[in-house]
Structure formats: structure tokens, C-alpha cells
Design a protein around this ligand. Structure first.
Ligand code: ADP
Length: 464
């Protein structure tokens, strides 16, 4: 019971009630007892004067009976002592002081006009003059009844609050605990792999917000699962085509009487497809690393112009084969970029090789570098096939290729890698394109060290 929130709430409530009532009860009892004692003392001193008055005025032979009746009806005890007058006690109460005690009080000056309290018995003693004799008068009253009335009502109130409070609290605890139990059950369902599980929520309290967060998490997990499944099916699909080709041509190569040229041709096809597989697995590995955001970028400040010149020279052969001209409009001053040189080189290779791939013979590719105060903007424009808005919205997805027939070499991972690298640099990539006119990829990168880099790295490393 104590282990559940329900049990804890009830126990917490009980402890609070008992503790606060004990403190409140103690304080109230103390002040009530003090008041009772005050009242009793006032009454006793008045009674004492009254008793002296009676004894002085009445010369009845039945004085003892009268005093006894008076004491019993007033629920008090009266004791008198004087060496000449003698020892008398009225009211028949067992707590009356003995003759010896009264004798001591009589001779003790400090006991004259003095209040005392023992347990619940209040007393007042004074030495007065009765019929020309010094008599010590001792009046007592038992206040335990008055005290017990208050104590009983305090216990009654505590009991009522305890019971009614518990009933109300059990109902409230139920309202709090039920949604938590529902959420716990939903979490169990989710952990079993049921990503469609959702919890209802209304309002904007803490539990509703928790439920809302749970639903968002479940939705996110469902999406991730869908992406994972798609990724796996894309991978197997991408691997399947070259593997089928390799198997097919390897089988043909087994035939012994195959002419030498054909053997050469089939071996080349096998080589081509195995290279494709190798590129594919390298790209996948690179992308997975980049997307896990655990990658350590090596930031330096370097010349983007020199880097682009290097990349253009490696891509030129491909361009010449298709009679495509590459123009480079460089700024008058050199432009520096703060980033990971090797990974950014990959960005230019991917975009420029795409521009060559998707541009027909005789086309033109224009690369421009512009420098603003804090950024460097690189644009790569081609006069190629172009893309529709729909295609543009997908090009950064893994394995997405507009050309489903795969007439152009590729695996649909190039731009996903580009996007991840640009994001890790806190840069920006935009695409402007028109079908059959051409496309322009515009990349903006920071030209100097930003404060993000250390902070971001720390938080990226912490992410699981
Ligand atoms: P791929 O290996 O297929 O080139 P990418 O991720 O590099 O993969 O590109 C994804 C898709 O974006 C390509 O299949 C193509 O449809 C489209 N694309 C990329 N660059 C261009 C471009 N310069 N012109 C037209 N289409 C492009």
C-alpha cells in the first residue's frame, strides 16, 4: 500500500492531520486549562470571603451542617484551622488537607492569601478573622470535570475531521491516481511496441501536460519506427540491384567458352556494381555517423575559394565528358570559412557532381562565392533538368531520387549527407529550381568562429 502513490498520499494526509491536530489540540488545551484555573481561583477567593462572612454572622448550632451542605452543593471543599477554633472540614472531599497540614499552613506566613494547583485541584488559603480568632481558611475545587469537557470535545472534533477528511481525501486521491495508472498502462503498452497507444487528456494541469507529452513521444516513436522500417527496406532495395547484377554476371563468367571481350565486359560490370555497393555502404556509414551527431568536427579557418578550385579540378573530367562548362566567379578578396574542411569538401563534391549528372550535354555550371560581414555564400547554378516544388521538398530525404528508373548513377544519399554537414555547421541550404531550366543550390556558412561551437558540441555529445 505504502509503495503506491495512492498509499503515500493517504499516509501523508493522515500524518499531516494527526500532527497538526496534536499541535493545535495541545495549544488549545493549554490555554483552556489556564482559563479554567483563572476562573477557579477567582471563584475560590470570593468563596473564601463568603465563607468567612457566613461564619461571622451565623451563630447557629447547626453551623456545621449548613457549611457542609453549602460546600457539597457548590462542589467545593472548605477546611478551617485555628489552635483555638479547632480543625473542621466541609464538603467531604477526600483531597482535604489533614489537620497537620493545616497547622503548618497556619504558621507559615507564605501560605496566607496563596493559590495552589495540584493535578486538577485548585486551592486558595488565607488567614482571616472569624469571631475574633485568627483562622486559616482553605477552599478547594476540583476542575477535572471542566477540563475533561474540553478534552472530550477536542477528541470528538479530531475524530470527525479524521473520518470525514479521510473520505474526501480518498476521493481526491482517486482523481489524482487514476490518470497516473492510465498513463502507466499506456507506457507498458508502448514499451511492448504498440506505438499507436494514446492517452486522453483535458485541461492544462500537470498530469494533462504529462499525457500530452506522452502522446507526442508515442507519435514521435511511431514516426521513427516508420522511418527505420523505410530505411531498412530502402537499404535492402539499394543493395539488391547491384547484388543481382553481380550474381547474374558472375554466373555467366563461369561459362568456359566465353569470348575474351565478353569476359572483360562482364568483369567490368561486376566491378562497376561492386564499386557502387562500396560507395553505398560508405555513404550510409557517413550519414549514420553525421545523424547520430556524435561526430567531432575539426573546425579551422580556411579559404573557400581555394577549396572550390580544388574540387572543380577533380570534377572537370566528368564535365568535359558531357561538354559542360564550369564557370567560377570568385570574389575580389579571398573568402574565409570557419568549418570542417574535409566535410565541406564533401558538400561541394556532392552538389557539383549532381549538377554535372543532372545537366545535359553542352550545359553550363556557374559557381559563385559572395562574402558578407559574417557569412560566406556559395551558389552552384546549373542549366540542367531542374526540379518541381514537390521534388525539392524531398531531395534531402535519405534514398530519395526523382529518377525512379535509376537511369542516372546515384543512391539518393548525397544531399542527405550535404544537409547534415551544413546543419552541423549551423549553416543554411536553399534550392531554387525550375523544371527544364535549371537549379541553383545556395549555401550559407559562417565565416568566423561563433560562440555556439563549444556549447553546442557539449550538448551534442550529451545527447544519446
Ligand atoms: P543521387 O545520388 O540520386 O544524386 P542525391 O541525394 O544527391 O542523390 O540527390 C537526390 C535527388 O535530388 C536526385 O536523385 C535528383 O532527383 C535530385 N537532384 C539533386 N541535384 C539535382 C540537380 N542539380 N538538378 C536536378 N535534380 C537534382
Amino acid at each position: 500500500m505504502m509503495k503506491s502513490i495512492y498509499g503515500k498520499l493517504i499516509c501523508g494526509f493522515l500524518i499531516t492531520i494527526v500532527f497538526s491536530f496534536s499541535v493545535a489540540g495541545y495549544v488549545a488545551l493549554r490555554s483552556n486549562y489556564d482559563q479554567i484555573a483563572d476562573m477557579a481561583q477567582n471563584e475560590l477567593s470570593a468563596t473564601s470571603e463568603y465563607v468567612v462572612g457566613i461564619l461571622n454572622s451565623l451563630e447557629d448550632t447547626n453551623i456545621n451542617d449548613i457549611m457542609d451542605q453549602y460546600a457539597i452543593s457548590s462542589e467545593i471543599n472548605i477546611t478551617l484551622y485555628s489552635p483555638n477554633y479547632g480543625y473542621y472540614t466541609y464538603g467531604g472531599n477526600k483531597y482535604a488537607p489533614s489537620k497537620e497540614m493545616m497547622k503548618r499552613y497556619y504558621y507559615d506566613d507564605s501560605k496566607n492569601g496563596c493559590y495552589a494547583e495540584q493535578k486538577s485541584i485548585q486551592s486558595y488559603g488565607s488567614k482571616t478573622n472569624i469571631r475574633d480568632m485568627d483562622v486559616y481558611v482553605y477552599v478547594q475545587k476540583d476542575t477535572s470535570y471542566e477540563k475533561s469537557i474540553f478534552a472530550n470535545s477536542a477528541v470528538l472534533i479530531l475524530g470527525c475531521v479524521f473520518l470525514s477528511g479521510n473520505l474526501v481525501f480518498i476521493a481526491i486521491a482517486d482523481i489524482i491516481v487514476k490518470p497516473i495508472t492510465r498513463l502507466t498502462n499506456a507506457t507498458k503498452e508502448l514499451s511492448k511496441g504498440n506505438y499507436s497507444v494514446r492517452v486522453n487528456y483535458v485541461g492544462d494541469d500537470e498530469i494533462s501536460r504529462l499525457n500530452q507529452g506522452f502522446n507526442q513521444m508515442a507519435q514521435q516513436l511511431a514516426k521513427q519506427e516508420e522511418t527505420r522500417q523505410k530505411f531498412i527496406s530502402d537499404i535492402s532495395h539499394e543493395f539488391q540491384t547491384p547484388l543481382t547484377a553481380i550474381q547474374g554476371f558472375a554466373n555467366i563468367l563461369k561459362e568456359e567458352d566465353l569470348p575474351k571481350e565478353q569476359r572483360q565486359k562482364y568483369a567490368d560490370i561486376i566491378l562497376f556494381h561492386s564499386k557502387r555497393l562500396s560507395t553505398l555502404s560508405k555513404n550510409m556509414l557517413q550519414l549514420t555517423l553525421l545523424e547520430r551527431e556524435e561526430v567531432e568536427l575539426e573546425f579551422t579557418t580556411f579559404s573557400i575559394v581555394e577549396q572550390l578550385l580544388r574540387v572543380i579540378s577533380t570534377q572537370e573530367n566528368q564535365a568535359i565528358l558531357k561538354d559542360i562548362e564550369i564557370e567560377f566567379e570568385r570574389p575580389r578578396k579571398d573568402a574565409m570559412v570557419y568549418g570542417d574542411e574535409q566535410r565541406l569538401e564533401q558538400v561541394w563534391i556532392n552538389i557539383i557532381s549532381n549538377a554535372i549528372k543532372y545537366t545535359d550535354k553542352g550545359g553550363l555550371i556557374t559557381i559563385r562565392v559572395k562574402k558578407t560581414s559574417r557569412e560566406v555564400e556559395v551558389s552552384i547554378e546549373d542549366t540542367g533538368h531542374g526540379m518541381s516544388k514537390e521534388v525539392i521538398s524531398h531531395i534531402f530525404e535519405r534514398f530519395y531520387r526523382e529518377d525512379k528508373a535509376r537511369s542516372v548513377e546515384g543512391n539518393g544519399l548525397g544531399l542527405s549527407i550535404v544537409k547534415s554537414i551544413i546543419d552541423l555547421h549551423h549553416g543554411n541550404i536553399d534550392v531554387i529550381s525550375q523544371v527544364d531550366v535549371g537549379s541553383t543550390f545556395i549555401i550559407k556558412l559562417p565565416s568566423e568562429r561563433k560562440s555556439f561551437d563549444l556549447k553546442e558540441k557539449l550538448s551534442l555529445n550529451r545527447k544519446d
